[in-house]
Write a protein that binds this ligand. Structure first.
Ligand SMILES: Nc1nc2c(ncn2[C@@H]2O[C@H](COP(=O)(O)OP(=O)(O)OP(=O)(O)O)[C@@H](O)[C@H]2O)c(=O)[nH]1
Ligand SMILES: [Mg+2]
Length: 225
């Protein structure tokens, strides 16, 4: 966990999933204080616990309103909302995984990055240090599919070390079949061109949501390598 990041960029956090963060910070013997509803200072103090802790980062990118926040909400909280509340800057949600047998934990931080153009100048710093990434487009909006390639190239600029097996392409809103405008042939061609796997999801019906996230998580857990 990079505490410097929080100090410099606190205003970009639209909200924290406090429960999951508190859980993670508690495990790490972490203190943080709040001022005016924002994180104002944060100190990580590892007091030397017998358990082994790891931290990993999964970034979720793609155009505005493709369903990034909805997919994460479905995966973490099993919730769906028809309301569109644009993300501001980045939302971070943590899920903790335990080694099947050893006293070893991995906190996976999901960085759900705002897709609106307004935030494009901020993105570079959010990509940094990603261990895996999902590029999401909306099967009912062609431009979001065309832009998936641009998101991929931008990610590669800022995170050159990220292997292709750690990036997945997600076509969301698969439930809206009658409104679909992106064909499977086009998607297959892009997925082959970029060399990354494709998963078709629906945050509304849950189709493939667990599968998509689990395939990313498998790539980052230290004991799965
Ligand atoms: N029918 C359907 N609607 C969806 C699905 N996923 C998301 N939506 C809707 O699409 C809209 C946008 O969803 P968000 O999850 O906020 O999109 P986002 O990609 O996080 O958008 P930004 O935060 O602006 O980047 C909302 O109205 C959701 O209800 C889906 O799988 N099916
Ligand atoms: Mg969002």
């Amino acid at each position: 966990m990079n505490s410097r990041f929080f100090d410099e960029n606190e205003i970009f956090f639209s909200y924290f999933k406090n429960n999951s963060y508190q859980q993670f910070f508690k495990d790490e013997r972490t203190r943080f204080s709040k001022k005016d509803g924002r994180i104002s200072s944060l100190k990580v103090m590892n007091m030397g616990n017998a358990a082994k802790h790891h931290v990993r980062k999964i970034t979720i990118i793609g155009d505005y309103a493709v369903g990034k926040t909805s997919l994460l909400a479905n995966y973490i909280e099993k919730k769906f909302s028809f309301d569109y509340k644009p993300s501001i800057g980045v939302n971070i949600t943590t899920k903790e995984f335990k080694h099947p047998t050893k006293n070893e934990f991995c906190a996976v931080n999901f960085w759900d990055i705002a897709g609106q153009e307004l935030f494009s100048n901020l993105r570079a710093q959010f990509y940094e240090g990603s261990d895996a990434c999902a590029i999401v487009f909306d099967c009912t909006r062609k431009e979001t599919f065309m832009n998936a390639k641009i998101w991929f190239r931008n990610l590669q600029v800022y995170d050159q070390d990220l292997g292709l097996e750690k990036i997945i392409l997600i076509g969301n809103k698969a439930d809206l079949q009658s409104e679909r405008v992106v064909t499977m042939e086009e998607i297959q061609a892009l997925s082959m061109e970029l060399g990354i796997i494709y998963v078709e999801t629906s945050a509304l019906t849950c189709q493939n949501v667990n599968y998509a996230f689990e395939s990313l998580i498998r790539q980052v857990l230290p004991w799965e390598a």
